[in-house]
Design a protein around this ligand. Structure first.
Ligand SMILES: [Zn+2]
Length: 486
């Protein structure tokens, strides 16, 4: 009797799912996507990474020249030179460096699908004009496809956590689409709920929609997803010309306070770009800074402002690949100054519409810029760079209790990097190998929350060609809808 009832319920659910799937894409996310299990992801099993160079990023867990990492049901059980685990599936780590997955603390996944159109060297086809023109036309389905595309690139590069900075949240359904894509890809991360591209500066962000998303998605049953907001800018922007100013917003302190107060009433953290004159003094005067705030692009801070950031526990995310393209008068990456002042710093990609998704390159670029400008005065080790890209990112996002290092008891977000490839062999010091030589193509295995999502440089559960084709189709349709370029 019980079985029959269960079957009947299952059948009704299937019918409802089919009916929902038959509807237009716009309604799919409203009716179907919320908190459905990620059925296509691999199961979390028990395995033993054997004989890898282990870089733990935890002062209490020594690095190992050749060691084992034991994982069961998504958790790191043990890290030691030799572990016996008869029931575990063995993953041979010989010739590999095992690191915690990279934590990317600022990534606009919604515009990854514009990659075919953006040109880094043609201002009219630059990132800001393209996203300002096509962003307003995006439907939730387009956001879903873009986030899936971005997630494939992130996972392949060894990024296991992403702060998905959605500054084109056109509706709660768009947010739901982005969360659904993150869930379906099995990536850990925070969605920063934002505002639509092109929204009027005096319009408040959709706090009711935000509250609805929080209620239906948080806390995430799977433990992978969290929620926050991304704020529009305070004061004028100095990059992207008019396209950036009109599409991303230029708010007053009062308008910023209104949005931030709303987020804080929901207990949600806040992130904001600082792409122009530094807003830190104004934010401090308005008593808006705290440990729940992350700023992005640390280029123009004063010593007094860095002291404020330290005192308030504010984090700063730097995106070296794209910040290093900015004109010199717009500031330099102040990593040395921030570290000297004791400010929390983390690393990010920003976007992949015209930059590669490559945390190795981000570390390498940051090291080069730092050495070039200030390295003689402020020493920086390669190990510190890997910390910035892993555990410090987890601290920034408030998830260091479960991610960012290879620590027994934490969730298993692990990456194996081959040292036998032509660009790295014969490898010496593993930090040197990763920062000076590493490429995403060296990433062999990626495990997120105990699920093996990539093995031997291939996805275990995703049809990459299909994800690319879906993204391209959506991008071309948006361009046609805009009649652009004309
Ligand atoms: Zn950004």
């Amino acid at each position: 009797m019980t079985g029959r009832t269960f079957s009947r319920r299952r059948m009704l659910q299937s019918t409802a799912a089919l009916a929902a799937a038959a509807l237009a894409p716009r309604t799919v996310f409203a009716q179907q996507a919320v908190r459905a299990p990620a059925a296509s992801l691999p199961a979390r099993g028990e395995f033993l990474i054997r004989g890898a160079i282990v870089l733990s990023m935890d002062a209490a867990v020594p690095d190992l020249v050749a060691g084992d990492v034991h994982v069961r049901d998504g958790s790191i059980v043990a890290v030691a030179q030799k572990i016996q685990a008869a029931a575990a599936q063995v993953i041979d780590g010989a010739g590999m460096i095992c690191i915690p997955g990279f934590v990317d603390t600022h990534f606009h996944m919604w515009n990854a699908l514009f990659r075919p159109f953006v040109r880094a060297d043609v201002p009219a086809l630059g990132y800001f004009p393209v996203t300002a023109r096509l962003g307003p036309l995006m439907r939730p389905e387009d956001s879903y496809r873009s986030v899936r595309l971005a997630a494939t690139d992130a996972i392949a590069a060894g990024i296991t956590t992403v702060h998905n900075w959605s500054h084109n949240t056109r509706s709660p359904e768009h947010a739901e689409a982005e969360l659904s894509a993150m869930r379906d890809m099995g990536i850990r991360g925070r969605l920063a709920y934002g505002t639509p591209v092109g929204m009027a500066d005096d319009a408040p962000m959709d706090l009711a929609g935000l509250a609805r998303i929080k209620k239906s998605w948080m806390p995430d049953k799977d433990g992978l997803l969290t929620l926050g907001i991304c704020s529009r800018n305070l004061g004028a922007l100095t990059i992207g010309g008019g396209a950036a100013a009109t599409s991303r917003g230029v708010l007053t302190v009062e308008q910023i306070k209104r949005d931030w107060d709303g987020a804080r009433a929901l207990g949600l953290p806040i992130t904001m770009h600082t792409s122009g004159a530094s807003p830190i003094t104004d934010l401090e005067r308005a008593a808006l800074l705290g440990p729940d705030v992350q700023l992005v692009h640390p280029l123009l801070t004063t010593p007094e402002e860095r002291a404020i950031l330290k005192a308030r526990g504010v984090s700063y995310s730097t995106s070296p690949q794209l910040e290093s393209r900015r004109a010199a008068q717009l500031g330099v990456i102040q990593l040395g100054e921030l570290l000297e002042a004791g400010v929390k710093v983390s690393l990010s990609t920003d976007h992949i519409a015209s930059a590669s998704c490559d945390p190795f390159s981000a570390m390498r670029t940051l090291f080069a810029l730092h050495s070039h400008r200030i390295g003689a005065r402020v020493p920086l080790t390669l190990k510190r760079l890997l910390q910035l890209a892993t555990i410090d990112g987890a601290v920034d996002l408030g998830i260091a209790d479960r991610a960012g290092s290879i620590t027994p008891g934490k969730r298993a977000d692990l990456v194996l990097v081959r040292t036998s490839d032509t660009n790295m062999a014969p490898a010496g010091d593993p930090y040197e190998a990763l920062v000076s030589f590493g490429l995403p193509s060296n990433v062999d295995t990626v495990i997120i929350d105990g699920r093996v999502l990539r093995r031997a440089g291939r996805f275990t559960a995703f049809d990459h060609a299909r994800i690319v084709a879906d993204a391209r189709e959506a991008a071309v349709a948006l361009r046609n809808k805009a009649g652009w370029p004309t």
